[in-house]
Design a protein around this ligand. Structure first.
Ligand code: NI
Length: 181
């Protein structure tokens, strides 16, 4: 099933998402649906709040970056109840976009590496280190679970400069090639 994507301004994108209890929902089917929704919209990551569900789950497929980082060729993962418990000391800027803020791209500063614990769609536990593009997209999606979007991380000046666009989103003034709500 393909879900419509929730656009900036919606309350689901500002809410704190709740952990998922094992067996409470069919996370395998939801994971497949989230990937399908993400692919048809052309994204590399999608968090549950973006389809209107305030639960701690997101999916990532970083394979589009495999040319620059060959290790990402088969990087397709589902993160449930993830906890980023360590951030590297280094930070860098990277141009981010978001399916919930169509057409907006801004350089965002984040730590370049993380350590994260989570369970996958088979409820298997993982404890992993990520850097590069993977660390970037994971942090972006993780923010959605805490009611944050990438524009929340911009400098006051950049925030001012994108304010008009953000207001536009809340008024339905945007173009997206996928179904939104
Ligand atoms: Ni996003």
């Amino acid at each position: 099933m393909i879900y419509p994507i929730v656009i900036y301004g919606a309350s689901e994108l500002k809410a704190l998402s709740a952990p998922i209890e094992k067996g409470s929902i069919d996370v395998k089917t939801l994971s497949e649906d989230m990937f399908a929704t993400m692919y048809q919209a052309g994204g590399v990551g999608l968090a549950a709040p973006q389809i209107g569900m305030n639960i701690r789950m997101f999916v990532v497929d970083a394979s589009p970056w495999a040319e620059e980082e060959p290790a990402l060729a088969d990087f397709k993962k589902t993160f449930i109840n993830a906890e980023i418990y360590e951030y590297g000391d280094e930070e860098d800027y990277f141009s981010e976009g978001c399916l919930s803020l169509p057409g907006l791209y801004e350089d965002v500063k984040r730590p370049t590496s993380i350590r994260i614990r989570y369970v996958d769609e088979n409820w298997e536990e993982h404890d992993e280190f990520y850097d590069g593009y993977a660390a970037r997209v994971i942090q972006h999606e993780y923010d959605h679970l805490d009611g944050k979007v990438f524009t929340d991380r911009l400098s006051p000046l950049r925030k001012k400069l994108v304010k008009g666009k953000l207001v536009g989103f809340t008024k339905g003034k945007y173009k997206a090639s996928y179904r939104t709500k």
